[in-house]
Design a binder for this molecule. Structure first.
Ligand code: FAD
Length: 544
């Protein structure tokens, strides 16, 4: 297939015309991590694959998580040993394939009187976790006495503290991870469009044979012919199932999770910490210099799925929990510089509360052939994709849609941006680039952490007498031409995460970025509401 970069916003119209002339093996609805993973898996097996995303890529739950690639510790508590082993293996694969985005992070698990774990059970549990998840020797759990942990984390509440365990987790940037998966899918021949929403199905003899989409940038309608359609619409999975016909069988249960960002000096934890809160749940505090973020809540949700908000009650819950566990910090609402709220698309289980519902994924196939996948975690995206694409391939084989069966290849596909390895590995390259352009290396760290080895391409767009705004505009050019960015929100939320981890740095460059976007898209006559970003800037702290 002709490899076109369908993530170049400037070539969108040509790419759409081409896509509507094609006959696709598979159309994927939804450009969160689940849809992105399916597109990569399918395209790399040689299926002609189209992905359509109604809003921006990763604008749903996939940019609003706790941003951890979990090792499955919670499954140990439920005695699901096989699952711990599977998740541990998976985490290793994700780290290998995107070392700059899936980064080891030691997590402290304090032992407190009356808490979730006793000394003995934590020691045994973490030992078992290391073995099952095949954690490397250097990364394995360490157990710490009360005195040791007080020295390591002086902020922890001393009364009731009986020691701690430290174990291996991995952190990521969910929006960037989704983007790099999509870019890799495109290099394998997939066509991926944001702002293209599936509005209805085309059927022949009761079976789905394509979809009709609305281009949300121009209002134009497009038809796409497809042998199979997968619904990976996250919290909107049931809405898409309703477009296909009556909603029967299992349904989604939406719960909301909120995170708050405060300056690191207001919650100066030295490590990531996973601690008990009085209602029996556990929450994370994660340092991400110069900030610390904490979360999450888990409450039933029935509001607007597109724009869930952090309420004062959510913020109070998290601040109370933090102040209880770190009593000297006394953080208040005014300390919060940003926040985000995400919706978990869980499978409803009668009689279970929000935090009791399983996070397992499930696949449903409708009588018309629509394959829907719901539930699951960021961490499991590759395995979920493998399961769905196996099913698609089997079905295409049966109907004669493809000549032979090709197995999953994604365990060995490195993601876009990984050529320079981990953040530590890329340090000498970043220093060289910084020297060459006369900027402090910390500015290049910012780019390296987001774009990995694609930083080189961004720097190729960098003017001779640079300043910080030029650097941001070079990243913007890359985001528009290589990552489908269209709006201020796309750039400041999903491509750079500055709304969450750099809100004070937005204002000085906002006008230049807005001006640049207007100039780039002038001739395309997109109907873009840039003021919605100004609204978002306020919303993230509106509850204060
Ligand atoms: P989404 O990311 O929501 O993507 C679905 C997409 O479909 C959306 O972008 C939407 O716009 C699009 N769409 C909807 N309707 C249409 C249509 N008609 N046409 C076209 N497109 C459409 N998991 C972890 O592994 N680690 C964590 O630390 C973690 N923390 C979490 C914390 C919170 C608070 C929450 C809420 C979840 C967390 N998760 C975590 C779970 C994880 O984030 C989700 O499982 C995952 O992001 C879901 O991805 P998705 O692609 O299925 O859904």
């Amino acid at each position: 297939m002709n490899l076109m970069n369908t993530l170049n916003t400037l070539q969108r119209l040509d790419n759409l015309k081409h896509a509507s002339d094609m006959h696709w093996d598979l159309v994927v609805i939804g450009g969160g991590i689940t849809g992105a993973g399916i597109a990569l898996d399918a395209a790399s097996r040689g299926l002609k694959t189209l992905l359509v995303e109604r809003d921006d890529f990763a604008s749903g739950t996939s940019s609003r998580s706790t941003k951890l690639i979990h090792g499955g510790l919670r499954y140990l508590k439920q005695m699901e040993f096989r699952l711990v082993a599977e998740v541990g293996k998976e985490r290793e694969i994700l780290h290998r394939n995107a070392p700059h985005l899936v980064v080891p992070e030691k997590m402290i698990l304090p032992i407190v009187r009356g808490g979730s774990f006793g000394k003995w059970s934590m020691n045994l549990g973490l030992w078992l976790y290391d073995r099952l998840a095949k954690v490397g020797k250097a990364e394995r759990r360490t157990m710490h006495s009360t005195d040791e942990i007080k020295q390591m984390e002086p902020l922890l509440r001393p009364d009731g503290l009986m020691g701690a365990g430290m174990y291996a987790e991995y952190r990521t940037d969910d929006g960037r991870l989704t983007m790099e998966i999509l870019k890799t899918a495109v290099t394998h021949g997939a066509f991926c469009f944001n702002y293209l929403g599936c509005s209805r199905f085309i059927k022949a003899d009761g079976k789905i044979s394509g979809i009709v989409c609305i281009d949300n940038l121009t209002g134009k309608e497009w038809d796409f012919q497809a042998k199979m359609v997968v619904n990976a619409a996250g919290p909107w999975v049931d809405d898409v199932r309703r477009q296909d016909g009556e909603l029967t069988g299992k349904r989604l249960h939406h719960t909301k999770g909120v995170h708050l960002v405060v300056p690191h000096h207001r919650l100066p934890v030295r490590h990531s910490i996973y601690f008990d809160v009085p209602d029996g749940r556990m929450i994370f505090t994660i340092p991400r210099h110069p900030w610390t973020y904490l979360g999450t809540t888990d409450t039933d949700y029935s509001g607007d799925l597109s724009n869930p908000q952090t309420t004062k009650a959510d913020a109070d819950y998290l601040l109370d929990a933090a102040n209880r566990f770190f009593p000297d910090t006394k953080i208040v609402l005014d300390d919060v510089v940003s926040s985000w709220a995400g919706i978990r698309p869980l499978i409803h289980e009668p009689g279970k509360s929000a935090s009791q519902i399983s996070r397992k994924d499930e696949v449903f196939v409708s009588p018309s052939g629509l394959v829907s996948i719901a539930g699951g975690k960021l961490t499991g995206y590759r395995k979920m994709a493998e399961k769905v694409v196996d099913l698609v391939v089997d079905s295409l084989l049966r109907s004669g849609g493809i000549p032979s069966r090709v197995g999953c290849k994604t365990a060995n596909i490195v993601l876009s941006g990984t050529d320079w390895g981990s953040l530590a590995d890329m340090q000498p390259r970043l220093e060289k680039l910084a020297d060459a352009c006369g900027l402090p290396v910390k500015e290049l760290h910012w780019l390296g952490g987001l774009f990995g080895s694609n930083t080189q391409e961004i720097m190729n767009n960098f003017p001779a007498s640079p300043n910080k705004t030029d650097l941001v505009l070079a990243a913007l050019k890359y985001a528009v031409e290589k990552e489908g960015a269209v709006t201020l929100s796309d750039f400041f939320i999903r491509r750079t995460a500055l709304l969450y981890f750099g809100r004070p740095w937005i204002q000085p460059v906002l006008e230049a970025v807005a001006h640049d976007l207007t100039n780039r898209f002038q001739h395309l006559q997109f109907d873009i509401q840039q003021q919605s970003f100004h609204r978002r800037l306020e919303e993230v702290v509106e509850f204060r």
